[in-house]
Ligand binder design. Structure first.
Ligand code: NCD
Length: 304
């Protein structure tokens, strides 16, 4: 692997706890309202092979807040549509003078492939069902705003865990700090129990068990088509797993509700829960900007 890959952010799994804490500390020093020219004149390319609202917009705002120039490339309307390979697209972007590439791709490992062939830091903005490291970092940042320390915390992750890169990165991050994690959803959407038990994570199909006494409820997006494909009735999912005010009451009084978005009101959570003071969903979006400023500053700028 090329040396510069060290400054790439490809996964949470391969980061050490102190590196995570350093990134979070750097994020706390970033203020999008007080721009710092740490990346002045640098070119940050946003290469998105999948749809995105929050992640793309906040990487762009983060890069611009640090003085960088950004360019967005999406699959449709680019040579990707004409069949150009990922590596050839990467070489092209390097030739244009990319100083960093933020990539979202439907295939697990795509950011690693790019990082191992290009002398440019690569930031994983979500790769298939694998990881979404910037989301895990902004979630950790958000949790620490309310809980001060990871020590003794319990986090319930509810929804389609099996297909979720958000869950995978969150589990890697939180388990590095000894957080108690309970995964909850219909069995078809839970990961292989043997693998999860190996990491000391608990799994349950009973929502009440997951939520009772918890500090953090992390909800995940559930796709209707996926439920249909698995022959899970939408009404059954809603009846068993939707976060409602009554279910939220089972958690600690100061529990927070999180969701990476996009949220579907009436499916993963009721509108009341989405708008309740315990919901920190929009704050997560907001925290995405300083967190991604820190990630970009570590990758390209002088900040460490
Ligand atoms: C997630 C993603 O794309 O992985 N969204 C996000 O980045 N905030 C979650 C999802 O789409 O389910």
């Amino acid at each position: 692997m090329i040396q510069v890959a060290r400054r790439s952010l490809l996964s949470i799994e391969h980061l050490q706890a102190p590196e995570i804490l350093a990134l979070l500390k750097l994020a706390r020093r970033m203020n999008p309202l007080k721009p710092r020219p740490l990346l002045r004149g640098k070119r940050v390319i946003l290469l998105f092979y999948e749809p995105s609202t929050r992640t793309r917009a906040s990487f762009e705002v983060a890069a611009k807040s640090l003085g960088a120039i950004t360019t967005l490339i999406q699959a449709s309307g680019s040579s990707i549509e004409k069949g150009e390979s990922l590596l050839d697209t990467g070489y092209t972007l390097r030739a244009i003078g990319a100083d960093a590439i933020v990539i979202r791709h439907p295939c697990a490992g795509a950011p690693h492939l790019l990082a191992s062939h290009l002398d440019v830091p690569v930031i994983n903005a979500g790769d298939g069902m694998h990881e979404h490291p910037s989301q895990a970092l902004l979630d950790a940042y958000t949790i620490l705003r309310y809980k001060k320390t990871f020590k003794g915390l319990q986090v319930a992750i509810i929804g389609d865990i099996y297909h979720s890169r958000v869950a995978r990165s969150a589990i890697h991050l939180l388990s590095k700090f000894g957080v108690k994690i309970i995964l909850c959803g219909p069995p078809e959407l839970l990961p292989d129990v043997a693998t999860t038990l190996a990491t000391g994570v608990r799994v349950t199909r009973h929502l009440e068990e997951a939520v009772r006494g918890t500090d953090v409820i992390m909800l995940l997006r559930v796709q209707k088509e996926r439920l249909a494909g698995l022959k899970i009735k939408l009404s059954d999912y809603i009846a068993r797993y939707q976060m409602t005010p009554a279910r939220l009451k089972l958690a600690k009084r100061d529990a927070i509700v999180m969701h990476p978005g996009p949220i579907i009101r009436g499916l993963e959570l009721s509108g009341d829960v989405a708008d309740s003071p315990q919901s920190k969903i929009l704050e997560e979006v907001q925290n995405g900007v300083p967190t991604r400023m820190a990630i970009l500053a570590r990758a390209v700028g002088k900040a460490r």
